[in-house]
Ligand binder design. Structure first.
Ligand code: GLU
Length: 437
């Protein structure tokens, strides 16, 4: 017992020592410099405005109490209330949550959503918990962060390993505490209690919309294209579904347990059904098995990391043959991996654009909750497309103007937007702004 790592404590050495907070700060600094803004702007943006750590004691089914650790981080709320998901994962760290909250601010800024960035995390392997334990943990977490959340303050949502069902428990706990029904306190809820049509599919739909835009730029015919996906959770599986509908052949899918490959393309509707029945994608028997490393090196047009951070590294990037890397996950590429992608001239759809469809429809859900009037799925999907295409075009324009890469252009678009609000609120002086227009 003594040598066993305490699974409820944060371990900052995870992710092979690659710290996502350091990575995002370096990218912020680089974009402030490129935009010829003063360092004062970097000083403001580099630190989240609020970080909350909570202890979450849960009486487990065996009678023992296990005390989990949770966080909620709010980056900046000058554009609107902070917003972002809650992740349940054993590798959650303080610095990961901080980085994820900054990425949320940038996503909202790029897509012109009146929101700031927030993120939550609980250090836990949810697969090891019973349904009862998971429900108690979800409810305890929301109770503990209640003082700093709410529809006008900070609005949580699903993220890695959290589901609409869990959002249902969380809103129920919050409403019980407050004494009335507050539908806009969380998004990604079940539809019957105020969830939005199209939210479940939104991140994957958004990923595919950005792939369609990238294919136009690169003149790739998607009906003849091939793809491989890392991760088959909500985002990976929905991305597969919409790509499949466009005629893209998905040759490989990997998950935490392994991977599957079929040279003529996997049967995606069947695979989704298989996973919905409670199986892992990698257990699907109508295909050959493939490792994560082999999948990265496949001869495909589009590669989609849809799992966690730091997957495209100095080791995996050199093997990549894809023309498009669509970052459906948050922070999937390390700086070293990114430099290799640049050398290889791979078109990167950066995470802060690629996966922003989720928060966009979450924003629509929150708007509908406050109106108590609900749009059709068609309206939601139309509005989603408008925001995704707007974000993509703003970044392409910046890329062409600054002659930089998509990632740098995305950061610059996001930072520029936030800077306008900093200026309007009097946080910065004219001398902090660039003489560049
Ligand atoms: N967790 C998602 C993200 O990383 C969605 C956040 C939200 O819907 O607020 O963008």
């Amino acid at each position: 017992m003594a040598n066993k790592r305490d699974k409820t404590e944060s371990d900052v050495t995870t992710h092979d020592g690659l710290n996502p907070y350091t990575i995002v700060k370096d990218l912020l600094k680089e974009s402030v410099t490129r935009l010829e803004l003063s360092d004062n702007i970097y000083e403001i943006l580099k630190k989240p405005m609020r970080l909350f750590e909570v202890s979450l004691p849960v009486r487990m089914d065996n009678g023992e109490v296990q005390n989990f650790t949770g966080y909620r981080c709010q980056h900046i709320d000058i554009l609107g209330p902070t917003k972002g998901g809650i992740r349940f994962h054993p590798a959650v760290t303080v610095d990961e949550v901080k980085a994820l909250s900054i990425w949320m601010s940038l996503k909202s800024a790029i897509l012109d959503l009146p929101l700031g960035g927030g993120k939550g995390g609980v250090i836990v392997e949810p697969g090891e918990l019973s349904d009862r334990e998971l429900e108690i943990l979800s409810r305890t977490y929301i109770r503990k962060i209640t003082p700093i959340i709410g529809p006008e303050k900070d609005i949580p949502a699903p993220d890695v390993n959290t589901t609409p069902e869990m959002m249902g428990w969380m809103i129920d706990e919050f409403d019980q505490l407050r004494g009335y029904n507050i539908p806009g306190m969380i998004t990604g809820k079940p539809i019957i209690i105020g969830g939005s049509l199209g939210r479940l599919e939104a991140t994957g739909r958004g990923v595919v919309l950005t792939i369609q835009e990238a294919a136009k730029v690169l003149e790739i015919d998607l009906s003849k294209a091939t793809a491989a996906i890392q991760g088959f959770g909500n985002v990976g599986s929905m991305t597969a579904k919409f790509l499949d509908e466009l005629g893209v052949k998905i040759l490989a899918v990997t998950d935490a347990k392994g991977g599957i490959y079929k040279k003529d393309g996997l049967n995606i509707p069947e695979l989704i059904k298989f996973v919905q029945e409670g199986n892992h994608a990698s257990e699907y028997s109508e295909a050959e098995s493939i490792s994560n490393e082999e999948m990265f090196g496949l001869e495909v047009d589009i590669l989609i990391p849809a799992a966690i951070e730091n997957q495209i590294t100095k080791d995996t990037a050199p093997t990549i043959k894809a023309k498009i890397l669509a970052e459906a996950a948050n922070g999937p590429t390390t700086p070293e991996g990114d430099a290799i992608l640049e050398e290889k001239d791979i078109f990167v759809i950066p995470d802060i654009l690629c996966n922003a469809g989720g928060v966009t429809v979450s924003y629509f859900e929150w708007v509908q909750n406050s109106m108590n009037y609900y749009w059709s799925e068609k309206e939601i999907n139309q509005k989603l497309e408008e925001h995704m295409v707007f974000g993509f075009e703003s970044i392409i324009k910046m890329r062409d103007k600054e002659k930089c890469r998509m990632r740098q252009a995305a950061y610059m678009v996001g930072v520029n937007h936030i800077v306008k609000a900093l200026s309007a609120r009097g946080w910065i002086k004219d001398s902090d702004l660039s003489s560049k227009e």
